[in-house]
Design a protein around this ligand. Structure first.
Ligand SMILES: [Zn+2]
Ligand SMILES: [Zn+2]
Length: 407
């Protein structure tokens, strides 16, 4: 199929993609349960013959489109993914379709991802007679810290058994409101970081603030740990390998004249390799314990694992660049020089299936994109005119893989 036909089909679908996006935007859902969003998706695809799979762990669903042609050897199925969940925050836009639910907002653009995926499904369903093999459309809840993709994998919705192996390739898009309009960006290797949380509890012995010598004060130790953690990052890791440790919480005390028993220091650790991930976990516990010991207190470090590193397959990135250029010309693709230290749970899929996530710039056309609010801003804004390009890119990546594989 000619790629120009995909763009034309996506433009024809633009009103539907936009109205679905706005309906999802107005009624955001959080976490692993997004039943109303899934109902909107299913209604939008109601007239299309798709095979639906749902699991028990969350409201994730996979819809499979079966092409009319037999699959090519070694590339029977490809997966496209869109996430459905929003963030627990108040929206501060004045959009007519702004969130109707206080404390919830689609500030990460997952409303647009879902709408573009529905658009891709409609584009591809209309070309079913040209499709060799199958396409899985993965509608996923719980991306914002809830491990929704992992639950869907564990439920077997993506395959992974003899009867239904995992797909041969997987692709996803993430919008970027502070990136040039309509441009697709990607990179081979690490694209986004592993994100893990730490909570260090410093244990001393409280008492009267005027008599610290009769107490074991945990507060100076906690303050020293904050500094020691930064020294650990700069002194114990190669400067060329990105490691970010950010202390985001310090809790201690209840009154100006009481030394507390405990102090808590908590934050996030971002790494780009499994090796550095394990190393930072071990070192932060060691640094906390040793620093605490120097102050005569003890420290316990608890680590909660977040998402793994999002690693894009070089072949999938080459494929995405080719498709983007065919759809939008040479300027439609940009090689990203660096990973970003945010995290993404599509990483669970990419641990098992070769593929890639790409970023789609949605800054308003003609505006200074670098000055636009980023994702997770309460004022985040999407130029919806970029959404057909996203839907066409997803559809194009699926077709390119089924037709030509990684060549
Ligand atoms: Zn997000
Ligand atoms: Zn997101």
């Amino acid at each position: 199929m000619l790629k120009s036909a995909l763009i034309d089909a996506a433009r024809d679908l633009a009103p539907d993609i936009v109205s679905l996006r706005r309906a999802i935007h107005a009624e955001p859902e959080l976490g692993l349960e997004t039943p109303k969003t899934l109902a909107k998706v299913r209604a939008a695809l109601d007239d299309i013959d798709l095979e639906w799979r749902t699991g028990t762990s969350c409201t994730g669903a996979v819809a499979t489109l079966k092409g009319s042609k037999p699959a090519n050897e070694g590339r029977g199925r490809v997966l496209l993914r869109g996430d459905m969940d929003a963030l627990p925050m108040d929206e501060k836009t004045d959009l007519e379709f702004a969130s109707t639910i206080p404390g919830r907002m689609h500030a990460c653009g997952h409303d647009t991802h879902t709408a573009m995926l529905v658009g891709a499904a409609r584009i591809l369903a209309a070309k079913r007679e040209d499709i060799a093999g199958e396409i899985d459309f993965m509608f996923q809840p719980g991306e914002e810290g809830y491990h929704g993709a992992r639950f869907m994998l564990d439920d077997g919705l993506l395959g992974g058994n003899e009867e239904r192996p995992l797909p041969g390739a997987a692709f996803a898009l993430h919008i970027m409101p502070n990136a040039p309009f309509g441009v697709i960006g990607g990179r081979a290797g690490p694209l986004m970081a592993a994100a893990d949380q730490f909570t260090i509890t410093v244990k001393g012995q409280g008492g009267h603030a005027s008599m610290p010598h009769d107490c074991v004060d945990p507060v100076p130790a906690a303050a020293a740990i904050v500094g020691a953690v930064q020294a650990m990052v700069t002194r114990r890791f190669n400067a060329a390998s990105a490691v970010v440790v950010t202390v985001t919480q310090i809790h201690a005390g209840t009154a100006h004249n009481v030394i507390p028993d405990d102090a808590v220091v908590a934050g996030t650790m971002r790494t780009l390799t499994a090796e550095n991930r394990a190393k930072v976990h071990a070192l932060i516990a060691e640094v906390a314990a040793s620093t605490a010991a120097a102050y005569g207190v003890s420290a316990e470090c608890e680590i909660e694992h977040g998402f793994p590193v999002t690693v894009c397959d070089e072949r999938a990135v080459t494929l995405g660049a080719k498709v983007s250029r065919e759809l939008g010309g040479d300027g439609a693709w940009r090689d990203l020089p660096n990973p970003i230290m945010g995290a993404e749970d599509f990483s669970y899929v990419l641990e098992k299936v070769p593929g890639a996530m790409f970023f789609l710039g949605v800054a308003p056309q003609g505006k200074d994109w670098s000055a636009c609010c980023a994702i997770h801003s309460p004022r985040m804004h999407v130029d919806e005119n970029a959404l057909p390009m996203g839907a066409a890119t997803l559809a194009g990546c699926a077709l390119e893989f089924l037709d030509h594989g990684w060549t």
